[in-house]
Design a protein around this ligand. Structure first.
Ligand SMILES: Nc1ncnc2c1ncn2[C@@H]1O[C@H](COP(=O)(O)OP(=O)(O)OP(=O)(O)O)[C@@H](O)[C@H]1O
Length: 281
């Protein structure tokens, strides 16, 4: 679905933002693009969605170069931008009716159904976007991205500005899209979203991909194979961290009672820090 080879980009002379990214995304996959602020995530998404030109390397969507079939691609992709691109003086309905006019009518989803699915408050349907909360704007932006039933969905920080139940709803909607066969390119620095949703993730820092694999494999590869054991001995409560291999012959230290044993698996965030030398926030 997406093939990117040696992608480079500079906003200014002598300062390269993307340093030769190479990756591909399969049909129907949810691909996470993770990195800290300023790492080049939005720049990459803008190039893939045809907003930014002047890049080096090759970018193919739907097995064709994005240079050739720009107009045709636009009809097959849906985009949720990091900063909602909405007309703030217009209502949700007017915005969505306007964006729907870019696509063949038969491809478009019902706006009311979409907003209902996104748990949008009906009272605000006809009020201007300027009166909406961040979460409501995000819901309209998601409706905009899904409006044309896209085969390829670009989502830049989709759960940003949502409360926890809104984030759960958005993750459910993204999973439903995957079930329909939609390919999702998910740009985020939210590790929970990445871990719960993505088939594979790429870690980007300083405009370079530092690691790319499934969350499960990344965790396996970076497992420290350690266990944390809480136990009681001679009336004293103690915690110890030991290698899991040492447990093969039973608990290898004196104890009266074992309270709990937990494996110390690294989180995706731990692994990100390992590969990039920094956190995501
Ligand atoms: N229009 C622009 N002009 C000049 N430099 C820019 C422009 N947009 C982004 N940059 C710079 O390019 C680099 C990558 O920015 P980009 O927005 O792609 O990062 P990001 O990973 O999406 O960050 P964030 O998580 O903050 O959105 C940063 O150093 C940023 O300052």
């Amino acid at each position: 679905m997406i093939k990117v080879k040696d992608l480079t980009f500079s906003y200014q002379k002598n300062k390269q933002t993307l340093h030769g990214l190479t990756f591909s995304v399969s049909d129907g996959e949810i691909f996470g693009f993770l990195g800290p602020n300023g790492s080049g995530k939005s720049t990459t998404q803008k190039i893939l969605t045809g907003i930014l030109n002047g890049y080096g390397g090759e970018v193919n969507l739907f097995n064709q170069s994005i240079v050739i079939k720009q107009k045709e691609f636009q009809e097959k992709i849906g985009v949720l931008f990091e900063f909602p691109y909405l007309y703030t003086n217009l209502s949700a309905l007017d915005n969505l009716n306007y964006f729907a006019s870019f696509y063949p009518r038969e491809n478009c989803r019902d706006i009311f159904e979409l907003l209902e699915m996104l748990d949008f408050k009906n009272d605000y349907l006809k009020k201007p976007v300027s009166s909406y909360s961040k979460g409501m704007r995000q819901r309209v932006s998601m409706a905009r991205a899904l409006l044309s039933n896209p085969q390829l969905l670009f989502l830049d920080e989709p759960t940003s500005g949502l409360d926890p139940s809104g984030a759960v709803l958005f993750r459910k909607i993204i999973e439903e899209e995957k079930k329909k066969g939609t390919t999702v390119f998910l740009t985020t620095h939210n590790m929970v979203d990445a871990d719960l949703l993505c088939d594979r993730v790429a870690f980007i820092a300083d405009g370079e991909i530092k690691a790319l694999d499934t969350p499960k494999k990344l965790k396996e590869k970076n497992s420290n194979h350690q266990a944390k054991i809480d136990y009681l001995y001679q009336g004293k409560s103690t915690t110890i961290t030991i290698e899991i291999a040492e447990l093969g012959g039973g608990i290898p230290f004196p104890h009266d009672e074992i309270i709990s044993i937990h494996s110390k698996e690294p989180t995706l965030e731990d692994i990100f820090i390992h590969y990039t030398g920094r956190g995501l926030s």
